[in-house]
Write a protein of this length. Sequence first.
Length: 100
Amino acid sequence: MRMVFECVECGAHYLPPEGMVYPDGPASPVWCADCQAAKRAAGLREDPLLARVALASARAALARRAAEAEPPARSDVRPSRPPASRRARSGPGGVRGKLA
Ligand SMILES: [Zn+2]
């Protein structure tokens, strides 16, 4: 599953390639392909700290999505205890009552 990033420039969500590398160079975790190209043309580089934070949050979001996609654990769908039968409800106390 690929990580989803949110461009800090235009707010668009984008999916860089799995290896974070475009055919023409490394993908940025903070800018979408369009904004990255524009920034590069303007001679700007991404903030390394911002890039690290963006990468970490994208990884966390990916882990969350992976966890949600998994079927619930078996112990969670365990049926509740079956209702007590008539026989089970009448214990020794009931028998004693009848005998007295
Ligand atoms: Zn953008």
